[in-house]
Each structure stands twice: as structure tokens, then as C-alpha cells.
Design a protein around this ligand. Structure first.
Ligand code: SF4
Length: 312
């Protein structure tokens, strides 16, 4: 158990941009190359990634190109060929297009048989780039970006200080796909609490239908100490949905999707209450809903207490 004073010391430890704080679970066995540090926005109420929840803080920065290349050289010298590569950092797509294209091309020359190149992306960074820049990145070999949609509801996005809205998400998502880059979106179940649960479902399904992303992934809201949402939860102002309510939100989002949606769907996170996945939700929709209903109707799940995970 950490004492408060020790917590304070480690909370204040600022780490440089070359140290990686998080990566998607699907990139667990990838070569991780830090490109940016921190997050240029860093205001979302539910997110403490760069604000100390892992015992460190990190300022937003773009790493010097030469340093990124040196990291790639080291991986090449150590024979890290044939792996996927994740360009790490909260928002590498905030970096200039030439800089990113050079990194991607360089790593694809130095590392043989790279399976996939990916990074996180923010909608506003994507909107700032002209379509031709996104094409340049696709041609350089950027295969897929991971973007936090979180919710399709403007109300929830505003309350959570996401710094963007549903229409921007739709525009950015379409720009990415039109450029030939795959898109994986994250959705946070429970983000609207009980009050906006219905709106969360309806609007998230609407935005997913508009975009038809390559993949979308569910995460369940857990509230981290040190985030603004933690204080609201502790004071009773914000309520966490029960396990069964989270599952209902997921079922209803799937049920409200338009017929055109052919995305892959994953529940590939420790926060989720089920692990169902689909390689094409258009084909699997009925199975998906039936499976979720079997969870929802199970008294063991109905009586499952809600735990808030603070380490993931
Ligand atoms: S959720 Fe993403 S955009 Fe929001 S503060 Fe965290 S890293 Fe930044």
C-alpha cells in the first residue's frame, strides 16, 4: 500500500516522450516505437493516462525525427523483423505529415515483413490534415488508426470534455476510410451513466452507422483516481452502471445499427463483462444479440456487484 506522500512523489514524476505509457491490447506483441509523448488535449474527464494514473505524467511533445530513426535502427539490429509496428504516443497524427511519412517509410525499409503499422489518432488532428496528406500516410504504409469515439452523443461528449462532437467524428472517420486507412473506434459503455444511457445508445449507433468503421471495440467505464470523474463519482454526482446495464447498452447499440454496418466488433479489454466478437456484425448481429441476451437474463450476472477497476 502506497503512503499518500509517496503517491504524491510518484504523481509528480514527469517522464520524457520516449517512454511509452499505453498501447492498445491488440498491440501487446508489436514493436512499439514512441513518436509523440502525452496528449495535446489531455482534458477528457474520464482519462488520466497522462495525468498520473500510472504513477507518471507526460507532457505533449513530438520526438525529434533522428531519435525515432535511431530506435528503428536498434530494432533492426536486433532482428525485430516480421512484427506489427505501433507508433506510440497519445496522438502521433498531430505530427506533420512529412515527418510521419518519413518514419513509416524508414521503418518499412529497415524492418522486413512488417505485418501492420498503426497508431492512435484524434479526430481533430485528422480534420486538420488535407485528404492528400492522409493518402500520403496510407501510401507510406500506415494501415490502421485507433480513435476514441467514446460516445456518439454530443451531450455526453460535451459533459466529458472530449473536445469534439459527433459530426467531427463522422467527418474524421470518413476521411480516414476514404484515404484507404483502416479505422478502429473505441466506445465506452456507461459513459452517460443512467441519465444519458438511452441517448448514448441511440447516438452511438447512429454515428457507427454513418461511419461504418473497419472495427469497433467496446470498453466499460472504470473511473481512475485523480481524474475529474473520480471526484464526481465519489460525491455521488456520477453513477457507474451495473454490469447488466452495461451489457444492455452494448446489446442496444448493436440492435440499433443500420443494415449497412459490416464492422468487426471486439470486446477485447479486461473491463468488459463479455468477450463476444464478430468478424462482420451484419452477418452476426442476431447471434451477437442472442448471446448478450443470455448474459443479461442470467441471474448470476444480474446479481453481479459492480467493481470499479483502478488498474488495467
Ligand atoms: S482520452 Fe484521449 S484525447 Fe482524451 S485526454 Fe485521454 S488521451 Fe487525450
Amino acid at each position: 500500500m502506497l503512503t499518500d506522500s509517496f503517491k504524491e512523489i510518484i504523481m509528480l514524476t514527469k517522464i520524457p516522450p520516449e517512454q511509452i505509457v499505453i498501447r492498445p491490447p491488440v498491440e501487446a506483441y508489436s514493436v512499439l516505437i514512441p513518436v509523440t509523448g502525452g496528449c495535446s488535449w489531455n482534458k477528457c474527464k474520464f482519462c488520466g493516462t497522462y495525468k498520473g494514473i500510472y504513477g507518471v505524467t507526460q507532457d505533449y511533445a513530438i520526438r525529434p525525427l533522428e531519435n525515432v530513426k535511431k530506435d528503428i535502427d536498434k530494432y533492426a539490429e536486433n532482428n525485430y523483423h516480421g512484427f506489427p509496428v505501433f507508433l506510440a504516443g497519445g496522438n502521433p497524427t498531430s505530427a506533420p505529415t512529412d515527418y510521419l511519412a518519413e518514419i513509416i517509410k524508414y521503418l518499412r525499409v529497415k524492418l522486413r515483413n512488417v505485418q501492420r503499422v498503426s497508431c492512435y489518432a484524434k479526430s481533430l488532428d485528422i480534420l486538420r490534415k488535407p485528404d492528400k496528406d492522409l493518402k500520403i500516410l496510407a501510401e507510406a504504409g500506415l494501415d490502421i488508426v485507433y480513435m476514441g469515439l467514446e460516445s456518439g452523443s454530443n451531450k455526453i461528449l460535451r459533459i466529458m470534455k472530449k473536445g469534439t462532437n459527433a459530426e467531427s467524428m463522422i467527418k474524421a472517420g470518413k476521411k480516414i476510410l476514404n484515404a484507404g486507412i483502416k479505422l478502429s473506434l473505441y466506445i465506452i459503455l456507461g459513459l452517460g451513466s443512467y441519465e444519458y444511457s438511452e441517448e448514448h445508445v441511440k447516438e452511438t449507433a447512429r454515428v457507427l452507422t454513418e461511419i461504418n468503421p473497419t472495427i469497433f471495440r467496446f470498453r466499460t467505464l472504470n473511473i481512475m483516481p485523480g481524474t475529474p470523474l473520480w471526484d464526481e463519482w465519489k460525491s455521488g454526482e456520477f453513477k457507474l452502471l451495473s454490469p447488466v446495464e452495461n451489457l444492455k447498452e452494448e446489446r442496444d447499440i448493436i440492435a440499433n445499427l443500420g443494415e449497412n454496418v459490416t464492422s468487426q466488433v471486439f470486446n477485447d479489454h479486461i473491463s468488459n463483462y463479455c468477450a463476444i466478437e464478430s468478424s462482420n456484425i451484419k452477418e452476426d448481429r442476431e447471434m451477437f444479440i442472442k448471446t448478450l441476451d443470455s448474459y443479461i437474463n442470467d441471474p448470476r450476472i444480474q446479481n453481479l456487484p459492480r467493481k470499479n477497476l483502478t488498474r488495467m
